[in-house]
Design a protein around this ligand. Sequence first.
Ligand SMILES: O=C(Nc1cc(-c2cc3c([nH]2)[C@]2(CCCNC2)CNC3=O)ccn1)c1cccc(C(F)(F)F)c1
Length: 316
Amino acid sequence: ATRRNAVTDEYEVSKESLGVGINGKVLTCWQKETKRKCALKILKDCDKARREVILHKKACEGCEYIVRVLDVYENMYASNRCLLIVMECMDGGELFNRIRDRQDKPFTEREAANTILMIAKAVAHLHHMDMAHRDLKPENLLFTSTADNAILKLTDFGFAKEGNNEQQPLNTPCYTPYYVAPEILSNDKYDKACDIWSMGVIMYILLCGYPPFFSIHGGAISAGMKTKIKAGEYQFPKAEWKNVSQEAKSIIQKMLTVDPAARVTIDWIIRCPWFTGDIPETPIDMRPMLDTDTFEQTRVAIAAANHNQRRADADD
Ligand SMILES: O=C(Nc1cc(-c2cc3c([nH]2)[C@]2(CCCNC2)CNC3=O)ccn1)c1cccc(C(F)(F)F)c1
C-alpha cells in the first residue's frame, strides 16, 4: 500500500542522481534501519505516474529479472504531490554503459545469449500477465553489480500497458459485436510484439556493437531511418558478422519481422536452443571457431600435428 508519511522517516535521501527516466528522476537513498542502499524514483503525481507504480509493483512480484519495488510513498515534494518509488539499487548500472564501454570488442555469442535470455525471461513474465513494457532499451536494463555473473533486470514502467485481455469475450456489455470497430478488438494486440522488435535491436547491437537502423548523419531519428525501419531494411555487414552463427542471425531476422502478426512471440524465443545452449559451453569467444576458414585452418593444423605425432611415435 502507498505510504502517506514522509519518505525521510524511513530513508536517507541523497542528492546523488542516478539518471532521469521518462516520468521522473532517480536518486540514491539509504534505508535507515538496515543501511541498505536503494534507488528512489520521484514522479509527479498524475494518472500516468499512478499507472507506472501499479504496473511496476505488479510486474516485479515473482520475477527476479525485474527491478524490485521496495516501497511507494505519496508525499508533497517541492510543493507538488509526488509518488516516490523506492527500488532495490542496481549497482552495475545500465546495459547501455556496458555496451558503450566495450565498443571495441562486442559481446561473445555466449555472453550475448546469456544477456538476451535474462531480458527474455523478464519479457516472458510480463507477456504472460498480458502486460507489455513498450520501452525496452539498453538504458532501461540494469545490472545488479559489476561482476561478470551479475543479473540484468528491467526497469521503468512509464510506457507499460496491460492488455484488455485481447480475447475479450465478444458478448461483454461494452459493445455490440456488429458495430464494434477493429481497433477496439485489437488495440493492444501488437503491444507485446513491439517488445520483441526491441529485443531484436538489442540482440543485434550486442553481437556487433552498432544498431541495425541508424541515420547516416547520426543524431536523432531521420526520415531515411524511419523508411528503413518500416521496410525492415538492415544488413549483417560481413566484417563484424562473418563470425556470428547463422542461428543467431535467423533469430534476429524473426524478431525484426516488420509484420507484428508474423513476428515471433516470446515463448518461441525462450525455447530456442541458441538461448538455452544446453551444453554449458564456457563463455569462450565462439566467433573464431564459427568462422569457416579459421575452422578449416584449425582442422588442417590438427591433422598435421596428429600426422607428426604418429611419425614421432613410429620413430620411437
Ligand atoms: O543507476 C543505478 N541504479 C539504479 C537505477 C535505477 C533506475 C530506474 C530507472 C532508471 N534507473 C533510469 C534512469 C535514466 C537512465 N536509464 C535508467 C530510467 N528509468 C527508471 O525508472 C533503479 C535502481 N538502481 C546505479 C547505482 C549504482 C551505481 C551505478 C553506476 F553503475 F552508474 F555506477 C548506477
